[in-house]
Design a protein around this ligand. Sequence first.
Ligand SMILES: CC(C)(COP(=O)(O)OP(=O)(O)OC[C@H]1O[C@@H](n2cnc3c(N)ncnc32)[C@H](O)[C@@H]1OP(=O)(O)O)[C@@H](O)C(=O)NCCC(=O)NCCS
Length: 207
Amino acid sequence: MPNPETPPILRPLPDTILGPRVMLRPRRAGDGPATWEAIEESREQLRLWLPWADATRTPEDAEASARRAQGRWLLREDLQVSVWENAMGRLLGGSGLHRINWEIPRFEIGYWLRTSAQGQGFMTEAVALLCRLAFETLGANRVEIRCDARNLKSAALPGRLGFVHEATLRNESRDHFGELRDSLIFALTPQDYSENKKSLAWDGILC
Ligand SMILES: CC(C)(COP(=O)(O)OP(=O)(O)OC[C@H]1O[C@@H](n2cnc3c(N)ncnc32)[C@H](O)[C@@H]1OP(=O)(O)O)[C@@H](O)C(=O)NCCC(=O)NCCS
């Protein structure tokens, strides 16, 4: 467990996190082209849920975003990772520990997958690896996933990893098209995490 006295900026973090089928790596300079290719393939789907999809208009936008993420990783402000497929070496998508409150510590996990990589469990594995990082390396007391109630694929993921559905916030905000949305909140505590880890799903994923 990390020493809570250590300032976040000095906390050690891994350079790569390896699972059976995916590898997570902090987003960094040079990730732009692979990210751009994955976004271009998936644009119609991503833009429904993620405002940054339409804002990423050129390969340079993707590279600039990767460089900003690298800076924020170093500062421990936002821990964005790219998700790579071990077998093919291609970039599958992105995830990370966001909206960090180091005093708790508390993290929120977000995710996206390129269209051709969906339906195979890659993101479930990536999120499980991030939960391990959060609880076992960073001493998390809470890991949260929030999503639009209409986003059924996104809402199904936390349940596969034993997250507890804590709340549905009705008309909680407006989406990036201006439509009112209900938000679902799922969370894991350290107790939930250690119980879930024993379950079959986690055994397969967290080898
Ligand atoms: C949200 C998103 C990442 C979910 O993708 P996904 O492919 O459903 O997620 P996973 O990679 O975990 O795969 C799970 C699916 O693979 C199947 N699967 C196959 N092998 C599996 C395995 N070994 N382990 C787990 N699931 C497996 C599951 O049954 C599930 O399929 P189903 O949806 O038909 O039930 C994707 O829909 C996406 O990128 N959407 C656009 C961006 C977005 O909405 N982001 C979230 C904003 S809150």
